[in-house]
Design a protein around this ligand. Structure first.
Ligand code: SAM
Length: 281
């Protein structure tokens, strides 16, 4: 869909883009193609699209996948999507908040099989929550391709030296890569920031098991609480441990107590978690 088509479709339904729902519609065919290509959809596969809006990306997905499950919160968009694609038997429309959906259960119910990929031009205000929701689903998607703010994509793909709580939260579950930048002019209306296509390949075996996640992230959150401070200080404050004990734990995990959280790799966090847990027993 191009800019004129989007404007015409909105006007025909008496609608305007809703800022509060993050409605910046993608009107650049190259970017739409690139998202669909990055998802590497085989004809027997199921794709879940979050926030399909007017259906610009949905068209591309319907041409490639065996099933497309579109989850949209805005009832006005739902009506338009139904009008546009409702006659296609492999199009499944779900009205509601993606964060409240059990996506694996939806996929199983609508397609009779468990595997799926996810694509989305995400409303920016739910980026982190949506990614966490996807990565903590069981089973996780085979692949996730998202359009997000460029700055957020860069933070997610960061390496030790520039890690953040967000980077750790994603990289524990999968390998992220930044596929391409997308300029603000590719959207109607244009957002204030640049965007990027982010691909996440979930690990077959995540570094953290579901039953460990709460404690693991308690540790990581404590480490990043004041990220300019040394781990010796952030961890002893956040975990209520004497400094000498924190030093011993860090050293046992092969980490210098003077290091900052942003310098740790996922393997470092995993080792530290194991040492801390053993110490608690
Ligand atoms: N996919 C379309 C495109 O690329 O042109 C629209 C993208 S727009 C950035 C985000 C879409 O997500 C909007 O259609 C909005 O109504 C929808 N949305 C916002 N919050 C949502 C939520 N919590 N769950 C599902 N959809 C949501």
């Amino acid at each position: 869909m191009n800019r004129q088509e989007v404007r015409r479709l909105l006007a025909a339904h008496g609608l305007r883009p809703r800022k509060g729902l993050g409605q910046n519609f993608l009107v650049d065919e190259t970017a739409l193609q690139r998202i669909a290509e990055t998802a590497e959809i085989a004809p027997h596969e199921t794709v879940v699209e979050i926030g399909p809006g007017l259906g610009a990306l949905t068209e591309h997905l319907l041409a490639r996948a065996e099933h497309v499950i579109a989850i949209e919160l805005d009832a006005n968009m739902v009506a338009i999507l139904r009008e546009r694609f409702g006659a296609q038997p492999h199009f499944h429309l779900v009205e509601g908040d993606v964060l409240e959906q059990n996506i694996p259960a939806l996929v199983q119910h609508l397609t009779g099989q468990p595997r799926y990929k996810v694509t989305a031009n995400l409303p920016y205000y739910i980026t982190s929550a949506a990614i966490r929701h996807l990565l903590e689903s069981q089973p996780t998607p085979d692949l996730i391709v998202l359009l997000v703010q460029r700055e957020v994509a860069e933070r997610i793909v960061a390496q030790p030296g520039a890690m953040s709580l967000l980077a750790v939260s994603v990289q524990v579950y999968g390998t992220p890569s930044l596929v391409a930048r997308v300029p603000a002019g590719a959207f109607y209306p244009p957002p204030k920031v640049e965007s990027a296509i982010l691909k996440i390949v979930p690990h077959a075996r995540p570094h953290v098991r579901p039953e460990e996640a709460e404690q693991f992230f308690r540790l990581v959150r404590a480490g990043f609480h004041q990220k300019r401070k040394q781990l010796r200080n952030t961890l002893s404050a956040g975990l209520h441990l004497p400094k000498e004990e924190t030093d011993r734990l860090l050293q046992a995990a092969g980490i210098q107590p003077s290091q900052r959280a942003e310098t740790l790799s996922i393997d470092d966090w995993r080792r530290l978690f194991d040492v801390w847990r053993a110490h608690q027993e």
